[in-house]
Design a protein around this ligand. Sequence first.
Ligand SMILES: Cc1cc2nc3c(=O)[nH]c(=O)nc-3n(C[C@H](O)[C@H](O)[C@H](O)COP(=O)(O)OP(=O)(O)OC[C@H]3O[C@@H](n4cnc5c(N)ncnc54)[C@H](O)[C@@H]3O)c2cc1C
Length: 456
Amino acid sequence: MSFDYTVDVAVVGGGACGLMAALRTARAPGVTVAVFEKSTRDGCNTQISSGSLAAGGTRFQRAAGIEDSPERHAADILAASGDAEAAPLVHAVCAAAPQYVEWLADELGHPLELGLDMARAGQSVPRLHADRGRAGGALLIRTMRKAVENASNIAFLDNTPGEGLIAEGGAVTGVVVRENGRSVRVGARAVVLAADGFAGNAAMVAAHCPDAADAFYGGVSTSTGDAIGWGVALGARTRNMSGYLGHGMVVVGHGTRLNPVLPFLGALLVGTDGRRFADERAQGYSKLGRLIAARPDHRAVLIWDERMHALAMRSELMRESDAAGAFRRYPSAEALAVDLALPLDALSATLTAFHAVSREPGAAQDAPDADTDHGPLKPPLYAARITSGILTTQGGLETDPTGRVLHTSGAPIPGLYAGGGSASGISGPTSDGYMSGNGLLAALGLAWQIATHLTP
Ligand SMILES: Cc1cc2nc3c(=O)[nH]c(=O)nc-3n(C[C@H](O)[C@H](O)[C@H](O)COP(=O)(O)OP(=O)(O)OC[C@H]3O[C@@H](n4cnc5c(N)ncnc54)[C@H](O)[C@@H]3O)c2cc1C
């Protein structure tokens, strides 16, 4: 079979999964790696993400006196997703997580800390790690791209989209890419599909995630499911195609998001009738999206006070919402009710009955004695009209725990690997099963596994 050129490992997609797979594979001296990226200008989801990295059993947790482990992390994920079949994969990526979190901090200098201010539903202990300034995924991508630039055996080719796979006798032997306006055949011992999912492809979303077909789309335009299609054409199996990361705190008319910590600080969620309709702290933000989608007008209102506001403003996404004017500050419940067209009587009754209960920063989810009751919300109040959105899909090509893509026969397809949004993931078949941090865990964790498999 003829190729225009060959490398050892060809990576399609230069987001979290692709960059991690490249960096870790290229640790082995003499291994040549090429990353083919569709367009850094249009960007990747990692870049616009909050960059929160879930990992159990890190030195950051130990320093904070928090007992955790990859096993406990995996148990929390499986309890949320209900996808017992994925247990070997979930355990594998959870085992990788503390290793790559410490590697990112110690080897690449990414300024990580444990986010004690980042409580999330379903996480039995604090385990989200974030950069100290809460700059988010943009900083993570900058850190990883800089390391790629410094690696002499990695070539990063921007504006060079993959077009398809090359296979011979059922084994993948390379990839076709669009380089400088022409199709180029690149031979490779292994091809890593790291091109994310299909949330930016309306036809695929309608076919696989019909409940999100009309939802606001909050991801990048490059997630069009290309790699999943190539795998399927080769006979690969897919899984969890109906699973996605939803978001229940997208601000209506702005598309920015509120900080998901607000419910854990004691924020109140009401429908457009001024009444509560859900336990604010019991839902992950992905599941909350579905609950809001089921409301009249697909709308709800989140209300918080000055104490919560000061804490929530630590995150970049909240600062973005602020800059966009996506929420307002009100001197009284009356002013809020008038501005957001909520029935004042119902809202006043809800506010009187509601007590803001917060969890102490860093406390375990199963420690209700760490709750503080702050009593009713005190004006001035902040509020925003919120709706549901889809951020990324979480299903795709089924892999084994080392990232090898499986054929419908159940056997691995030789030479083909997938991770991140291109793979079937760890969040189960619906948007309810997503736990905070699963997206980057499926990307970085599988990349770590793939690289360990390729260059042990
Ligand atoms: C707003 C938002 C916030 C989020 N916050 C978090 C969070 O805090 N924590 C968390 O764990 N998860 C979060 N997620 C989910 C997480 O960002 C994704 O699950 C994760 O980034 C997926 O990584 P990836 O490497 O698979 O894809 P990406 O980072 O999207 O990278 C894929 C790359 O492939 C390229 N590509 C696509 N098609 C081709 C092709 N044909 N040829 C070549 N290249 C191609 C794209 O241009 C892109 O650069 C968030 C998502 C969004 C949208």
